[in-house]
Design a protein around this ligand. Sequence first.
Ligand code: GDD
Length: 327
Amino acid sequence: MAASAKKAFITGISGQDGSYLAELLLDKGYEVYGLIRRESLEDATHRLRRIDHLRDQITLVPGSIDNYPSIFSAIRQVVPDEVYHLAAYSYVSFNFDDELSTLNTNVNGTHYVLSCCRELVPDSRIYFAGSSEMFGKAESSPQNEKTPFRPRSVYGISKVASFDMNRAYREHYDMFTCGGILFNHESPRRGFQFVTRKITHHAARIKLGLQDTITLGNIDATRDWGHSREYVDAMWRMLQQDQPDDYVIATGVSHSVRDLLDVAFGSLGLDFNKYLRIDERFVRPTEPVPLVGNPQKARDVLGWQAQVTFEELIEEMVQNDLDLLQK
Ligand code: GDD
């Protein structure tokens, strides 16, 4: 008798990473389930646009990571083999109102998912999406799995607390929980508030004569930017190992926002200096030391390595924005 398909349950399935992960898992023959808020089901054209092409191949289960009973009932219904907990407030905001919801939702949401899995599917394999923001004002660069966390943003603090919880479930309850420490990862599916998409979208609009300026914060800030499609593969690989563990996922190459502007505008034959405005409102108060990851462990253990270059990534995003605007 043929073995039945493995079941994967994804929180945050309608986001950038969730949509690529769903594609990857479907390709591998998984049954894919996603937790989705009722509001999103009611506004599917907008909120489910990234998974529109997958709708007849996946099962969406209503629920929210803010709501313990809804997660409990979703996991009880699905009985997943693998759980990918991606849902979270993901914008690094320094707005006080955002702090409250970011901390509550991110920390409680992770706790709810872990606790429901412990109760209902203790043998499932769980992936938690941590972030390079956990390093914050890191004492050394590049950062690896041993670099101490010194988060500066409430978002980073919420991710450290969740990451520690994930690890505690591994150690105390002997559960298979893995934590990914993912550096920035982008794609044409990125939200417009993040700097890569903001730049590629505005560059395309400027090229088409739809606007003539772009306003940013600190353009000397540096990040380690990779492609989301490749990063979700690393998540899956973590759950296929014999032992659960935590991994840094990064390209190992650092670029500034200025480099990003240069590649995006340059690919359209434009000089960004002619269009750039700086506004203090976009400058973050406590920008940490350069964040750049050391992905050695992922290379050695998972056999994972980023392939898409920074230039390829940004050019793909610019081209996508140009195509969207021209439609
Ligand atoms: N968003 C934004 N807007 N960022 C700007 C701007 C601007 O106008 N101007 C400069 N920046 C700088 C920020 O100060 C930061 O140094 C860098 O651009 C990247 O900002 P974001 O794209 O907003 O990403 P992030 O690094 O804060 O966070 C992202 O990556 C983390 C690591 O993977 C998010 O995806 C997080 O959820 C994720 O954990």
